[in-house]
Design a protein around this ligand. Structure first.
Ligand SMILES: C[S@@+](CC[C@H](N)C(=O)[O-])C[C@H]1O[C@@H](n2cnc3c(N)ncnc32)[C@H](O)[C@@H]1O
Length: 341
């Protein structure tokens, strides 16, 4: 969902900015990693404090253009890499004293308004949904995957109850025509048995496709693991999520590494979690009524954070087992690009 949103005045709004800053405390200086640079809302605020440095990532090449301007203003206090955050351990940052790592998940207002990105059902044209550095597009997914696979993607990533009928009609339609954004919206409209008049019929399928195309589940899991390996003792790991799947993953990861006992009594002793984090609150921070009023899409944002308690890097986590089903579904996409190697 939209984290960086623009009001009627086209003003840029980084969600929960005050809360993020209060949790990471940049007023004491230090190096921070902004894993989702976007328009640079968080990075800019951190760099306003003396003696801070920011290492920022974004998979979207468009963010690099904004980052280039930051480079001019902040020179050796700012570094940007156009990479996916799952690759953050490739940068060998273990010797840096990283005080905070921030993830602001999803996509920005600018991205959803860009017709080339094809994220919105409001734009006509080619189905795309690639945020950057992807291996396949939503057009490949819709036109090439099997009916059963599409049904699972819609069900597990979009919670779409009519996924079965939608998948069936997609497969029927595509024997004659290539499916684009407009035709997909029509197929969904025709297939939906349970109409919800509050949200657009295509909302859930489009969310599911975006998660699938960008491998958001594996990205988040690997991002969290690698961020934890990079963070020093007393460093803070902050994640802002926008839908329940993301929040479930973050909540599980934080909880499982914050307690001694295993989450499941069936988990073997050897696989039990390390106490690596201090979890300050079980409840997430959410936007104030004022923020929601100024920026309505922020209403679904949830901020969770933990503090790393040890300089310990080879921890054990069962997060991949826990979300195995979702990872397996994401891997349906492998056949869309492996054939081209
Ligand atoms: C909600 S926006 C971040 C907005 C940012 N906090 C700001 O204040 O401008 C999310 C950004 O994360 C990027 N992103 C999403 N998944 C990513 C991934 N796996 N690796 C790197 N960047 C990612 C998107 O391209 C998008 O620019």
């Amino acid at each position: 969902m939209d984290a960086t949103i623009v009001s009627k005045l086209q003003k840029h709004y980084p969600v929960l900015l005050k809360e993020v800053i209060s949790v990471i405390s940049p007023q004491h200086g230090g190096t921070f990693i902004d894993c989702t640079f976007g328009q640079g809302g968080y990075s800019k605020k951190i760099l306003e404090f003396q003696n801070t440095k920011v290492i920022a990532f974004d998979r979207d090449f468009e963010s690099k253009k904004i980052a280039d301007r930051f480079k001019q203003n902040f020179e050796n206090r700012f570094l940007f890499k156009n990479i996916k955050f799952s690759q953050l351990n490739n940068l060998k940052l273990k010797n840096e004293n990283i005080k905070g790592i921030i993830f602001d998940l999803g996509y920005s207002y600018t991205q959803i308004k860009d017709p080339k990105k094809g994220l919105s059902f409001e734009h006509e044209g080619k189905l795309n949904m690639q945020l950057g550095l992807n291996s396949y597009s939503a057009e490949d997914v819709i036109n090439k995957l099997e009916e059963k696979e599409l049904e699972k993607i819609f069900k597990f990533f979009g919670n779409e109850q009519d996924g079965k009928y939608i998948a069936r009609n997609i497969v029927k339609y595509r024997t004659e025509n290539k499916i684009d954004t407009k035709s997909l919206v029509k197929i969904i409209d025709k297939s939906k048995k349970r109409k919800n008049y509050k949200v657009h019929n295509a909302t859930k399928v489009f969310q599911a496709l975006r998660i699938f195309v960008n491998k958001e589940i594996s990205e988040l899991i690997n991002g969290l693991i690698n961020a934890t390996k990079t963070l020093k003792k007393d460093g803070v790991l902050v994640v802002v999520t926008f839908h329940s799947l993301e929040d479930k993953i973050v909540k599980y990861f934080f909880k499982s590494l914050s307690q001694n006992k295993s989450i499941s009594r069936y988990t073997p002793l050897t696989k039990q979690s390390e106490i690596l984090f201090k979890l300050t609150s079980k409840k997430p921070l959410v936007p104030t009524e004022k923020e929601i009023k100024e920026n309505p899409p922020s209403r679904s944002a949830k901020l969770r954070y933990v503090i790393k308690k040890k300089d310990f890097y080879n921890f054990d986590t069962d997060i991949c087992d826990q979300f195995k089903k979702l990872i397996e579904i994401e891997n349906f996409g492998n056949k869309l690009w492996i054939n081209f190697l």
